[in-house]
Write a protein that binds this ligand. Structure first.
Ligand code: ZN
Length: 496
């Protein structure tokens, strides 16, 4: 068929009235998009090639029960959690585990008790485990053998409980000297804020009044982050080495999501960054696969990056009140995070972090500079609890769609046996089978476009031909639930 030049049919997003609980988002981006005047997934530079098939890929409208859940996310609870965690003085990984009022052991026990309180109210949906191991001295940031404990509250899914999504924050903290385990290290932003996100989402999403998700969600607080990502590494390896290997189809770490004000005074309380890695480590994707990926221009469509794209589609709306700035990068320079051990274990993972950081309020001894009068230290007074609540809503919206989606299709391939100007794809059902699949979608975008611009619902099939050349766009295949919840799109590799 000859290419036709046509205008894309504009598919209007369903109107979502701004719920009264959200703070109005002053950025014009959301209003413009929700008015249907502009789709933020498109921009003029990436409008080629024109397509006679499919329709614009519009953001996913949050369903009513999700909107109700997100409305319950309470900044006052988040504040109370952060103040409580700060009250333990220090939560350094090497601090005491023999006190009920000070140190990381007390913090661990309080977090576990809090999760158990939610579990008691969950009608058996939420299970709480404290898991861990003895980490020997490592000649670096671990001075002596220490117990590293992760607190894990798992909301069991209904149809595919073996498919898991993880949301995590780290409850350990530090001051200027990473080996100083005795000085007060409030760690309000880094990372009581991320722990508060895990706790608040566990509380809200496990309530018996809501339908259980199809897949499971683990709400997690880990230790050992500042000493070398030990707690997250233990958890990722525990999942990866289980028999059978736990199918973690998405992991988010919320680390430094507590403040919206930069050190220069810039305030940006309606944006959160989401860091999504490009090429996976070679230990995860072997050299031959990487070579094929590079040959087909798939370096920007790794599982982590397509996870980030999904978040943008389902969690940037008036129910969260947030803009999501996806950063195509593993992490910030000189920094690390708990998504990394999950990536290294072969799981798709990404990191949420506040839009601008104030480094006077991270990894600093609590002090007032005598010359300038400036306050240093990671203190609660610098937190923005409304902002953290919105970050929690972003996580909640993403986890809801993921855990109610059918998961990722398997063995996704594109036929490259003949030259041709159309494209034929094959795939197998997600790991949980076809039961939870309502239909599949082929999605695509121009190669320089950041997000999926087009979608074509092809029904409940395992093969589809699209009248568009695979040479000119990047394609993905994704599965939707019968009620339309999207999963992550998967890049097709050449198949026979
Ligand atoms: Zn941190």
């Amino acid at each position: 068929m000859k290419p036709q030049i046509i205008f894309f049919p504009q598919v209007a997003a369903a109107a979502v009235a701004a719920p009264p609980w959200t703070t109005p988002n002053p950025s014009s981006v959301l209003e413009k998009r929700e008015s249907g005047a502009q789709n933020i997934f498109t921009c003029a530079a990436v409008n080629w090639p024109p397509s006679a098939v499919g329709s614009l890929n519009v953001p996913q409208t949050p369903p009513a029960d999700l909107q109700s859940m997100l409305a319950q996310v309470d900044p006052a609870n988040i504040e109370a959690t952060i103040l409580k965690l700060v009250s333990f003085g220090t939560r350094h990984t090497l601090s005491t585990q023999n006190s009920t009022t000070r140190g990381i052991g007390a913090a661990r026990d309080w977090i576990a008790a809090e999760f158990r309180r939610y579990a008691d109210a969950s009608d058996g949906r939420l299970e709480v485990d404290v898991v861990g191991y003895e980490q020997p001295a490592d000649g670096g940031r671990i001075l002596f053998p220490v117990r590293i404990s992760d607190v894990v509250a798992t909301l069991r899914g209904t149809e595919s409980p073996e498919r898991l999504y993880v949301v995590s924050g780290h409850y350990d903290s530090r001051v200027s000297d990473v080996l100083d385990y005795e000085s007060d290290a409030p760690g309000a932003d880094d990372d009581a804020s991320g722990v508060a996100v895990s706790l608040e989402l566990a509380r809200v999403m496990s309530q018996p009044g809501y339908p259980r998700p199809r897949a499971s969600i683990a709400f997690v607080a880990v230790a050992g982050e500042e000493q070398g990502l030990y707690g997250a590494q233990f958890l990722a390896q525990t999942y990866a080495n289980a028999t059978p290997r736990v199918n973690v189809e998405g992991m988010f770490t919320n680390d430094i999501v507590g403040a919206s004000k930069a050190d220069d005074g810039t305030v940006d309380p309606y944006t959160v960054r989401l860091f999504g890695q490009g090429l996976p480590p070679l230990a995860v994707e072997d050299a031959a696969t990487r070579e094929r990926r590079l040959t087909i221009g798939g370096e920007n469509d790794t599982p982590a990056r397509n996870l980030a794209r999904l978040v943008k589609e389902v969690a940037e709306n008036s129910a969260t009140g947030m803009n999501i700035s996806v950063v195509y990068r593993l992490d910030r320079y000189l920094r690390g995070g708990d998504h990394r051990p999950f990536l290294e274990a072969g799981y798709a993972a990404a990191r949420f972090t506040e839009p601008h950081e104030d480094f006077a309020h991270q990894h600093q001894d609590v002090r007032v500079d005598t010359a300038t009068g400036k306050q240093y230290g990671d203190l609660p007074e610098f937190c923005d609890y409304g902002f953290i609540a919105r970050v929690a809503r972003v996580n909640g919206a993403a986890l809801y769609s993921l855990a109610n989606s059918p998961g990722v299709p398997r063995n996704v391939g594109v036929n490259t046996t003949d030259l041709g100007n159309d494209s034929t794809f094959y795939w197998d059902a997600p790991a949980g089978g076809e039961d939870g699949v309502g239909s599949y979608e082929v999605v695509w975008r121009a190669t320089p476009a950041p997000f999926w611009t087009h979608a074509l619902d092809v029904g409940l099939v395992n093969r589809a031909t699209v009248d568009l050349s695979k040479d000119n766009v990047i394609f993905g295949i994704r599965a939707k639930s019968p009620d339309g919840m999207r999963g992550v799109a998967v890049l097709p590799f050449p198949a026979a």
